[in-house]
Design a protein around this ligand. Sequence first.
Ligand code: KG4
Ligand code: ZN
Length: 367
Amino acid sequence: MNVLGIETSCDETAAAVVVDGQRVRSNVIASQIALHQAHGGVVPELAARGHVTAIVPVITEALAEAGIDRREIDALAVTAGPGLAGSLLVGINVAKAMAYALDRPLVAVNHLEAHLYANWLAEPDGSPVTAPLFPVLCLLVSGGHTELILMTGHGRYRHLGRTLDDAAGEAFDKGARLLALDYPGGPAIQRAARDGDAQRWQFPRAWLGDTHDFSFSGLKTSLLRLTEQYRIPTPTPASAEPQTPSGPFPVHRPPRYVADAPIADLAASYQAAIVEVLAVKTVRAARAAGAQSVVIAGGVAANTALRSRLEQEVAAQGGELPVRYPGLALCTDNAAMIAGAGFYALRRGEQAGWDADIHPRLQLVEF
Ligand code: KG4
Ligand code: ZN
């Protein structure tokens, strides 16, 4: 079954054709990074306008790359939420129009569920994956979410924990801003950390007792305090604003720099704090829930330090727990994962009507 997936929840306009929830025939992504880079984060209004311009060419390219005519699409899957309302609106209306015109079923997909289903897609070289064994402990780490979810079967989820404040991706993005690194911050911190000393600073780790929840806001504040003493070499436009705000209120901190910031060591120590908590708590939750396998998903799952720390932790906590992560290009937002999740939703008999709508804060249904 050829499913056309459409994704416009944030700053990527994406379309893909996936066969039977596994084989990726095409996966086209028009990134808006250049549009938002100057602002250090996604500007919702710019994102929505960007999707309007890009969506039709992206779908056309996805069909061409897959080598199929639009009449060979068997079903459509589109992200309904969570995401930016104006952005979601573009994808869902295009999908509804196409489903209506072609007389094909349409399924509304939860973006978070789709990230998890990236782990069921074939490897980048096309070789099939062995499906993760249920129950699967899923660590979902993206720009807006950090969740531990126990997946007991297709479409069946139990939330075990979540972040109480910042998401892991947000911690990377905000940390990168403090260090005047590029947006998005995750890849930038990973690059900067490559030659850094991850032991130089012990940033705070929020363990939160035996819970499966996370907290990263203290870590971010700790980086802010530490960087105050340093001169940050190449500020991005956003952080290059004057240090002294004009107005009637006193400035809270006069800069007193001692040296240029050791960016590599700061990035490496900061990254180590994030990935250690993620890895340890994930494996601990998997053991506690009796999971048969672990998957990670979402943009932060592309982080190589997280991948190796997770494997190290599995070994440290007794081994024998298969860990799976999607191919690098399938970790960050894409439409192949939407088509993949859509296939399994259709197989369960789910189908959206013409009243399909956007759900900016859509949650996974719990069983
Ligand atoms: O899943 P995603 O593409 O979009 C959301 O649904 O949020 O995730 C984007 C997030 C950003 O915060 C970005 O900084 C982070 O994923 N990210 C990374 C890496 N690549 C992307 N974080 C750490 N290391 C990476 N290599
Ligand atoms: Zn995402």
